[in-house]
Design a binder for this molecule. Structure first.
Ligand code: AHM
Ligand code: MG
Length: 341
């Protein structure tokens, strides 16, 4: 009797082993690191999924280093990622949007050569209203001959990332990853508890008719951004000669995931509200990993003046203006900035 073999599925573990073997794209320690992060994202997904049933919604009653009120899930997610990654021997240190200073690996554990940075729960304002949220992470290789890990050890440009990814806790839970060989999406099989490869080599279309920006900040924008959005809003009768649609989830993970799936451009530009802050989003935890992913998917990412991955950070919690997504649109906004300058 013939038995039917279920369709062969590629798990995250298998994918990573293949990346190590055939593409030689990752070292065994990096493979372990990514698996541990992905496992932590599963644990975060379980907590997110329980919501009010587990009492994880609402404010934690504390503030992070940037003066933002922390939600319970911000703190829970941070703890999950910290605990999961501390003991494996693959890290030299960690840094998080939710922690003021870097976290060194305690002496009781062996130390590795990688630095892990994360935004444990991105889209915090959406937690209590049951809208997609996520986790973003970035992996750097610690500089050789690095002695003690300090904040300075983390201040490397985004081009130095060896891996980056994000999870979206939405209708389905997905884990999107790059190790520099394209962008690959895994969907969480909730019954099996495993990540299954569901899309290889995601590519962002060069052209788009969709943009994402928080329009309520319009009066604060700088002229190049105002000019760009004004032109999009004129639609078919304007200089772009086509109608544009707008989407803004207010969770960067969800907005970027939509752009990876069907194209678009995302902007969180610097504005005049706080002139000394170059934007809202954080370079090391949000902009760099997302820019690495977007570039790997054929898109582009700039701060209006320069490629984000080339920005040399001077502070761990540094903020940056972000314009990313379909290449043509990013190039156009960037050109408007250069012309104005
Ligand atoms: P968070 O990391 O504290 O959640 O903040 C980052 C989020 C992004 O996910 C999103 O693009 C942006 O903040 C939304 O900002 P706004 O509420 O100003 O629209
Ligand atoms: Mg965030």
């Amino acid at each position: 009797m013939k038995t039917s073999v279920p369709n062969r599925r590629t798990s995250l573990t298998q994918f990573l082993v293949e990346q190590q073997r055939s593409a030689n794209a990752i070292q065994p320690e990096l493979r372990l690191l990514i698996e541990v992060v992905a496992r932590a994202c599963k644990a975060i997904a379980v907590n997110v999924g329980k919501g009010a049933l587990a009492g994880v919604l609402g404010s934690a009653g504390t503030e992070n280093v940037q003066g933002e009120t922390q939600k319970k899930l911000d703190v829970i997610s941070n703890d999950i990622l910290m605990e999961a990654n501390e003991w494996g021997g693959h890290l030299a240190g960690m840094a998080s949007e939710e922690m003021e200073t870097i976290h060194e690996i305690p002496n009781r554990y062996p130390k590795g050569e990688y630095l892990l940075l994360f935004d444990p729960l991105d889209g915090s304002s959406n937690i209590d209203v049951n809208v997609s949220i996520g986790t973003i992470f970035s992996v750097l290789k610690a500089p050789e001959a690095m002695g003690e890990v300090t904040e300075k050890s983390f201040l490397l440009a985004g081009t130095m990332q060896v891996a980056a990814g994000y999870a979206v806790y939405g209708p389905t839970t997905v884990f999107v990853l790059t190790v520099g060989t394209g962008v690959h999406c895994f969907t969480l099989d909730r019954e099996m508890g495993s990540w299954v490869l569901t899309q290889s080599n995601m590519m962002i279309p060069e052209e788009t008719q969709e943009f994402a920006i928080n329009m309520s900040n319009m009066r604060h924008w700088e002229p190049p951004v105002k000019r760009y959005i004004d032109e999009l809003l004129l639609g078919k009768t304007g200089p772009r000669a086509k109608d544009f649609n707008m989407r803004w989830v207010a969770s960067m993970v969800a907005d970027v995931h939509r752009i990876l799936t069907r194209g678009g451009v995302f902007l969180y530009p610097r504005d005049k509200r706080e002139p000394d802050k170059p934007g809202k989003l954080r370079l090391m935890y949000e902009a760099n990993p997302m820019s690495f992913i977007v570039e790997q998917a054929g898109g582009a990412a700039t701060n209006g003046r320069q490629r984000i991955l080339d920005v040399q950070p001077s502070q761990l919690h540094e903020r940056v203006s972000v314009i990313l997504g379909s290449k043509r649109e990013v190039e156009l906004v960037t050109r408007y900035h250069t012309e104005t300058a």
